[in-house]
Write a protein that binds this ligand. Structure first.
Ligand code: HEC
Length: 251
């Protein structure tokens, strides 16, 4: 019996035809669904990954406000040239506290996913004040107002709370102390500095990012954020072939 003869007879038996349609259609369904059964192996876990501090989160908002993502991506692809230039390719888990994510789609400037620790705070401040002072051929705009604009902190508690509603594990303690922690992280000698390491871990950067210890500026926030990029997990310390292994916190 030819396949056409089989089909011809099947079309006259509605129950058989329906069963065959369901059978054939489910192959496509399985192909789409089956990979999700192993999603826990596919998306790595980083049990010790910490959340952004209020100061870093404020810096992230400035990064968004100033449109840095229009020229910079934060997503290192698995291609060899990218890994050699920027470091370990980006893993899904590294974006788990990013609301919204800033992967970007255009690189007028380099990728920033692993920028943290690449330059000193002084370099970052000088570069943001006038990129051509440190990179003569740069076409990046200058952001001179950041150093002289005081950082707004009165809305930080509400901001942490909003992040919590979308799944970032901020505690009540972190939310209540958001403004003080933002000040403390950029003022290492103040009474507020201790609370930052208590709540976010002793490896948190606590220093006068903009070089002015008693003044909390937008420059402090943005540089604090830039210095933590790619540093919330220790993935960059691992050989590329180890990707997907369990991650710990960056020492
Ligand atoms: C018009 C495009 C453009 C915009 C907008 C832009 N940049 Fe850049 N950026 C560049 C270019 C081009 C370079 C490479 C030359 C240089 O180092 O200045 C660069 C370099 C950098 C570097 C050095 C990266 C490295 O690994 O050497 C950092 C950090 C950086 N930008 C941060 C920022 C931040 C933060 C913002 C937003 C406040 C921003 N950029 C906005 C184009 C841009």
């Amino acid at each position: 019996m030819s396949i056409f003869g089989f089909h011809y007879r099947l079309e006259r038996k509605s129950v058989g035809l329906v069963l065959m349609i369901v059978g054939v259609a489910s192959i496509g369904g399985l192909v789409e669904i089956a990979p999700l059964f192993t999603i826990h192996q596919t998306v790595e876990d980083a049990p010790n990954m910490r959340v952004y501090t209020p100061l870093e989160l404020a810096g992230r908002n400035i990064y968004i406000r100033e449109g840095c993502y229009a020229c910079h991506s934060q997503m290192i692809r698995t291609l060899r040239d990218e890994v050699e230039r920027y470091g370990h390719y980006s893993l899904a888990v590294e974006s788990k506290y990013d609301h919204p994510h800033l992967w970007g789609s255009k690189r007028t400037g380099p990728d920033l996913a692993r920028l943290g620790g690449k330059y000193s705070d002084e370099w970052q401040v000088a570069h943001l004040n006038n990129p051509r002072d440190v990179v003569p051929e740069s076409v990046m705009p200058a952001y001179t107002w950041l150093s002289r604009t005081e950082l707004r902190t009165d809305d930080l508690s509400a901001h942490l709370k909003a992040q919590r509603t979308v799944g970032v594990p901020y505690t009540d303690d972190m939310i209540a102390n958001a403004a003080a922690d933002a000040y403390g992280q950029a003022s290492p000698d103040s009474n507020d500095a201790e609370g930052v390491t208590k709540r976010y871990g002793k490896d948190t950067n606590v220093r006068a990012f903009d070089g002015k210890p008693n003044q909390l500026t937008e420059m402090d926030a943005l540089v604090a954020y830039l210095q933590i990029l790619g540093r919330l997990t220790d993935v960059d310390a691992k050989p590329v072939a180890d990707a997907g292994a369990k991650l710990g916190a960056k020492p």
